[in-house]
Design a protein around this ligand. Sequence first.
Ligand code: TXA
Ligand code: MG
Length: 338
Amino acid sequence: METKRLTPADASDAARVIRCGGLLGIPTETVYGLGANGLDPAAVGRIFTAKGRPQDNPLILHIPSADWLERFCEDIPPQAKTLADRFWPGPLTMILKRKAIVPGAATAGLDTVGMRCPDCAVTREIIALADVPVAAPSGNTSGRPSPTTAAAMLEDMDGKIQAIVDAGPCAVGVESPIVDLTVTPPRLLRPGGVTLEELEDALGEVAVDEAVRRLMAPGEHPKAPGMKYRHYAPKAPVTVVKGDPDETAGYIAARMGEASGVICFDEYRGYFRGHPVETIGPAADQAEQARRIFDALRAFDHLPVTDIWAQSPDDSGIGLAVTNRLNKAAGFHIIELG
Ligand code: TXA
Ligand code: MG
């Protein structure tokens, strides 16, 4: 199939792809998504096939406004309204109890569903025109880094989807945080653009699922099924080095092999002359690091590196999301200095 390139002016063509049961690349503020009619089990099934996604990994439903929640969810707690008022449209997914209208194909048979209202006007317009919630995982082949541009998504999906809407690079760059509101206290299953600190400010106590910070052992079941997979991984193995940036740069420079690649902060490029280097922004600019981390990981798949070393930001703010993605790309192969 030939994948059509659409622009934000083509919202009605894009909505038609969804209405007809097709697959559509959708821009969002976090990452590009692989969208289909979330109420149509056959369309949802095509998402799993195109991504090579394990069947036990549920999808998020995207809606154009919070007032759609009641159509698809029940027993909605007051915290859902609090979060929607503060953070929607925006990078936040809530786990709520689903109504029977949501097919088990979308939720991998769970009785809950992830709901998200993205901060991307054209995508909200497409969903409203299609008049169905759009199920959309990140638009990568399963296991690869998520795409933050239409070009990155086409690397994985060209020829497998009907169309993609190109709205430029994503403003946040890492996927939405997932907050489970079916448990008390609410539980953060995946960190993202709305930070843990902001969620605590809105909700009070928020538990952090163990899968956010460590590797799940075989047989352990994190609450977000997707968190158990090795993920975001370039082809070469990754080692993450945590600590003061001067020290981590020195540590990596002293140990790297002849054909090692490096992911580093802008200021440290000079430590790694002669090696393939992907910079992710200044050490102090975590928002920029979030925007660039997936591109950096993807870039190494086009370079002849034997292994990849990465400087890691700290866990504050959106840094928790950046370190989570890096750690997962590294299969939690982490060296802590100091
Ligand atoms: O920013 C985002 O959330 C992007 C854009 C496209 O919206 N979407 C995204 O979807 O990252 P995906 O499928 O790549 O990641 C969804 C994660 C998976 O780890 C999945 O297991 C978890 O959310 N999830 C989905 N529904 C869930 C549920 N009912 N209970 C627990 N975890 C759920
Ligand atoms: Mg994903």
